[in-house]
Design a protein around this ligand. Structure first.
Ligand SMILES: Cc1cc2nc3c(=O)[nH]c(=O)nc-3n(C[C@H](O)[C@H](O)[C@H](O)COP(=O)(O)OP(=O)(O)OC[C@H]3O[C@@H](n4cnc5c(N)ncnc54)[C@H](O)[C@@H]3O)c2cc1C
Length: 291
């Protein structure tokens, strides 16, 4: 089924995002977690593309295994970092030969140690150019792009960031998956502004449950997402990891339920190669029975 058709269905489109594990043990346990996640009949599973280049070769390997073991549509993330146009074409051809269904088309962040994105020699500058290349030369792929409810960190202004998102959509993206966020009001404002600009493809919230105080610090430093006070308060109530986990899951259930009640076409979970938190949330909102 095409990406657009998934989102047109009457049911919520569920997707999960993995990253290429760095060790063999990590890879072995990954498939056990994916097996659990499959109980929720996801429409597709994606795998990230390493910023520094170290795990790049692994992305296609992981999604090939996920597709063949679980018979689920898969998406490869792809960034412009360090790649010429011919490198990108080579990757896309390999992905097509392997039966990858969708591409998450991204600019990418600078590799560790560098502060700004630099266009590779013979490469591309912005994600909209990658969408154009895919549409022109690999038109069978469904295409997802990234959106930022709290505005991308390099953007000149929120309004210009939205104009740039529109470029990606006008270039032929099928849906937008958002950066993680914790205040749904940011998402609703973003969605309204997208609609006002005639960005009419599905806008899918990207969700990463916070399940420990330690994780809060990491998340906010990683992508700058702001965390409403209620999150820090709820997770600070106890030093016990189990209590913190329960508090985080309660908040994630609340966040997800609210998004569903306000008509999102899908939810995309950053599962971080684990299944427990996402399964607990989807179980609580009874996703098994509606799939
Ligand atoms: C769902 C999701 C998945 C991700 N997966 C990965 C991954 O697998 N690997 C990885 O390394 N990173 C990943 N990222 C992070 C992403 O690569 C970074 O956020 C990166 O800094 C921006 O990528 P982009 O595709 O949004 O860039 P772009 O859409 O190109 O935007 C980058 C910046 O340039 C501006 N801009 C865009 N187009 C133009 C234009 N035509 N002219 C002028 N300015 C423009 C935008 O406003 C923005 O500030 C992901 C992010 C999300 C939300």
């Amino acid at each position: 089924m095409s990406l657009q058709d998934f989102f047109k269905q009457d049911k919520l489109t569920i997707s999960f995002e993995l990253f290429p594990p760095k060790t063999e043990a990590g890879e072995n346990s990954l498939y056990e977690h994916v097996a659990r996640l499959m109980e929720f009949s996801p429409e597709f599973i994606t795998c990230t593309y390493g910023a520094g280049g170290s795990t790049r070769g692994k992305t296609l390997e992981i999604i090939e295994k996920v597709k063949s073991q679980f018979n689920v549509p898969v998406a490869s993330h792809l960034t412009l970092v360090g790649s010429s146009k011919d490198d990108l074409r080579g990757y896309l051809q390999k992905a097509a030969d392997q039966g990858v269904d969708y591409i998450v088309a991204l600019r990418g962040d600078p590799p560790k140690g560098e502060t700004a994105f630099t266009q590779a020699e013979g490469g591309l500058q912005y994600a909209n150019e990658l969408v154009e290349l895919i549409r022109a030369e690999f038109s069978d792929f469904g295409v997802l792009v990234a959106g930022y409810p709290e505005t991308h960190k390099d953007a000149v202004s929120p309004e210009i960031d939205l104009d740039n998102l529109k470029r990606k959509v006008d270039a032929g993206s099928d849906a937008v998956v958002t950066q993680l966020f914790y205040d749904n009001e940011d998402f609703y404002r973003f969605r309204d502004k997208c609609r006002a600009r005639k960005i009419d493809v599905p806008i899918v919230p990207g969700l990463l449950p916070v399940t420990s105080l330690k994780q809060i610090e990491k998340i906010t430093s990683m992508c700058g997402a702001k965390l409403p006070a209620k999150f820090t308060e709820a997770l600070s109530r106890s030093d016990d990891v189990e209590d913190q986990y329960k508090a985080g899951i309660e908040l994630a259930i609340e966040q997800t339920t609210d998004l569903i009640s306000r008509g999102v076409e899908g939810v995309h979970f950053y599962v971080l190669n684990k299944s427990e938190a996402t399964c607990d949330i989807l179980d609580a909102i009874n996703m098994k029975s509606v799939s």
